[in-house]
Design a protein around this ligand. Structure first.
Ligand code: SF4
Length: 344
C-alpha cells in the first residue's frame, strides 16, 4: 500500500513505533534508490493482476514469476469459491480520517460481514508473518474506512511463494481488533502531524531510508559493532542476540551509507574521508529486453536464448509424471541457518 504515501502500509511498523522517522525521511538530502527487489515485486503484482483477469502471458516472461502468479490467482479463486461474496483486486483505498494514508490493497473479499484482505509477497527473503502484521492491519483499517464496511470478523492473508515455508498464511480476528489498531494508527499520525521528532530504533528501522543519518539507530548499533573489532568474545550473549535481531537493518544501514557517500562524492567531486568513487565497467545489459525479443524472436534465433535445465523442484512441479525417471537423479541440499523463534 502507498508506495509514495509517507504513511504507507508497508512502513506501518516504522511510523507507528518511530514518529520521527517520517520527518527524518522527508529531510533526507540524498535519493534512496529503489531496490531491484521492489521493482521485481511491482512487476510480479502486475503479472498477478493480469492473470486474475484471464490474460495469457507471453512465453518470454519470467516463467517462475508466471507460475507463482498463477498459484496465487488459483488461491484467490479458491477463496472466492469457498466464501462467495464480492471481491476486489488491486483496490485503491484512501483513509478518510487521514488522507495521507492511501494505497492499493492486493485483494479484498467481503462475504456477508466477513472481510478478507490478502497480500501477495513476492520477496524471497525473510518469511513474513501474518499475525499482528502492521501492514495488513493498516490495509484492513483503511479498506474498512474507505469502503464504509462493517465487518464482524477480518481475515488477513499473506501469500508468499518464495523463501522459507512458502504458501498461504491466515489470521482471523474479531473486527474490534482492527478498530483498536485504527485508533492507535490515528494517534501515531497525529503525533507526526503535530511535529513529533521522537525517534526509537528497533527492527522497524530496516526499511527506513533515514537511518544513514539517524542518531538513534547509530547509538543503538555502533557501539556494539565497534566492539566487534576486538573479537566476538567481548560481547555478552544478550548483545549478540541484539545484533542478530538487527542484522537485516544493519546490512541495509551499511548499504545506505555506501549509497550516500557515492552520491556525495558525485555531487561535490571531492573525496570523502579518504574514499573516492571509481567508475568500473560492469556487465552488458539490454536497454529494453522485450524490444530485443521482438527484434530477435526465439523461433528464429533459438541459439540466443538460454535453455538451461530447470531445477529438480521446477521439473517436478512442471512434470510430476517424470518422477520415476528423475527419482534417483537429484538430492536435496541441507544447510544450517538461524531463524527467529515465533513469539506466540
Ligand atoms: S532509522 Fe530507525 S530510529 Fe532512525 S528514524 Fe528511522 S525508524 Fe526511526
Amino acid at each position: 500500500m502507498g508506495e509514495h504515501s509517507q504513511f504507507g502500509g508497508s512502513k506501518a511498523a516504522q511510523w507507528l513505533n518511530c514518529p520521527g522517522s517520517v520527518v527524518n525521511q522527508s529531510l533526507l538530502d540524498y535519493a534512496d534508490d529503489r531496490s531491484p527487489e521492489a521493482a521485481e515485486g511491482t512487476k510480479a503484482h502486475q503479472v498477478a493482476e493480469l492473470l486474475y483477469e484471464g490474460w495469457t502471458p507471453p512465453a518470454t516472461l519470467d516463467p517462475d514469476m508466471v507460475a507463482h502468479g498463477q498459484r496465487y490467482v488459483r488461491g484467490l479463486r479458491a477463496i472466492e469459491a469457498l466464501r462467495g461474496g464480492v471481491s476486489w483486486v488491486e483496490k485503491r483505498v484512501v483513509d478518510p480520517n487521514n488522507k495521507a494514508v492511501y494505497g492499493t490493497v492486493d485483494f479484498i473479499n467481503l462475504s456477508g460481514r466477513q472481510l478478507l484482505i490478502a497480500d501477495y509477497k513476492y520477496g524471497e527473503g525473510d518469511r513474513v508473518e501474518v499475525k499482528v502484521n502492521p501492514q495488513l492491519l493498516t490495509y484492513s483499517t483503511v479498506a474498512i474506512r474507505d469502503m464504509a464496511l462493517k465487518p464482524r470478523t477480518v481475515t488477513m492473508a499473506i501469500y508468499q511463494p518464495r523463501g522459507q515455508n512458502p504458501g498461504w498464511r491466515h489470521w482471523t480476528v474479531n473486527a474490534d481488533i482492527i478498530y483498536e489498531y485504527g485508533h492507535r494508527m490515528d494517534l501515531a499520525i497525529k503525533a507526526v502531524e503535530d511535529g513529533s521528532v521522537e525517534t526509537k530504533a528497533g527492527p522497524w528501522c530496516r526499511y527506513c531510508s533515514a537511518k544513514v543519518k539517524c542518531r538513534a539507530f547509530k547509538e543503538k548499533h555502533l557501539d556494539l559493532i565497534q566492539r566487534m573489532k576486538d573479537g566476538i568474545h567481548t560481547l555478552s550473549t544478550d548483545e549478540i542476540g541484539s545484533i542478530l535481531q538487527s542484522k537485516p537493518s544493519i546490512k541495509k544501514w551499511l548499504d545506505a551509507i555506501d549509497a550516500y557517500v557515492k552520491q556525495t562524492i558525485n555531487l561535490t567531486r571531492q573525496p570523502f574521508h579518504g574514499f573516492t568513487a571509481v567508475q568500473r565497467v560492469g556487465r552488458y545489459e539490454w536497454l529494453d529486453a522485450e524490444h530485443v525479443q521482438d527484434a530477435l524472436p526465439l523461433e528464429q534465433y533459438p541459439e540466443l536464448y538460454k535453455r538451461d535445465l530447470k531445477t529438480p523442484k521446477q521439473v517436478l512441479e512442471l512434470r510430476p509424471d517424470l518422477y520415476d525417471i528423475i527419482d534417483q537423479l537429484y538430492r536435496q541440499l541441507r544447510y544450517t541457518t538461524l531463524v527467529k523463534i515465533k513469539e506466540e
